[in-house]
Design a protein around this ligand. Structure first.
Ligand code: MN
Length: 280
């Protein structure tokens, strides 16, 4: 056994305020001008507000083709409905992993819960061979997401990936994703090995984390890790919460326009035609 090489911090960025859907105010962390994507991740939005006017108009009927959307709710509820007959309600702690594949038209409408609505939406690309696959939903309640305590003061919800013997419920062989929600008590630290070659990011959404014992990483900062085996994250004198996400890069050309993400411009134009002619 060799000692794992800790992944260095390659980039550190702050999310940018944005508006999407019918005027939902959110923070775009990936998929903006400073970080258009982090292969295979195309977008990360953090939505969160205690003001219903910031989000209640939601995301009315809209299409997707060519990738997956992953919604993780922290607070509040999100009702989804699609043109393939699926309907469901995301509640706090639940996850919806939707494979748009060749096409889906759906709505995502927030519902208030004590005025709060908070969560993330991550877009994960699909390889060319899977872009026109049949759409599907994987939905997991909060109870369906295992939580582990790898070391004292550290609690991890394993949405995708593995910690010890605990495997998250989401499977996607194309990108082999890891998606962990990590809560650190004050002074606690967490080290975790991730597959070599995967792209890895962490996004701090509560408190302040520290890296390598010195870099102070406040809520709202995104860290992109460089090459290595493992990451190490700690909390300072206060607790911190963050998501840690990794995936195998596809290394394919990306052609994107709004809700369509394909490999070529011609495929994007075809997506528009297919959507307009009702073939989703
Ligand atoms: Mn959508």
């Amino acid at each position: 056994m060799t000692t794992p090489t800790l992944r260095p911090i390659a980039r550190r960025l702050r999310g940018q305020p944005a508006s999407d859907g019918a005027g939902v105010r959110l923070t775009r962390v990936i998929g903006n001008s400073q970080l258009p994507d982090l292969d295979p991740f195309l977008m990360l939005d953090e939505f969160g507000s205690d003001k219903p006017g910031d989000y209640i108009a939601g995301f009315p009927s809209h299409p997707h083709r060519g990738f997956e959307t992953v919604t993780y709710m922290l607070d509040g509820r999100m009702r989804h409905k699609d043109n393939h007959g699926n309907e469901g309600l995301l509640t706090p702690g639940s996850v919806q992993w939707m494979t748009a594949g060749r096409g889906i038209v759906h709505s995502e409408m927030p519902e208030q819960d004590h005025g709060l609505m908070r969560g993330f939406q991550l877009w994960v690309n699909l390889p060319a061979k899977d872009k026109m696959s049949a759409p599907r939903y994987q939905e997991f309640s909060a109870e369906g997401i295992p939580e582990v305590q790898p070391t004292p003061g550290v609690r991890v919800k394993v949405i995708a990936g593995q910690i010890g013997d605990v495997v998250g419920p989401v499977r996607q062989p194309a990108t082999d994703p890891t998606y962990l929600d990590i809560a650190l008590a004050a002074g606690a630290s967490f080290e975790h090995a991730l597959p070599i070659g995967h792209n890895v990011f962490a996004y701090v959404y509560e408190g302040v984390a520290t890296m390598a014992g010195e870099d102070i990483v406040p809520k709202g900062d995104l860290l992109v890790f460089g090459a290595g085996d493992a990451i190490r994250i700690a909390a300072g004198s206060a607790p911190a919460r963050l998501i840690l996400v990794a995936g195998r890069p596809l290394n394919e050309p990306v052609a994107r326009y709004g809700p369509f993400v394909m490999n070529t411009k011609e495929e994007i134009m075809q997506a528009f035609v297919d959507y307009q002619e009702g073939r989703f």
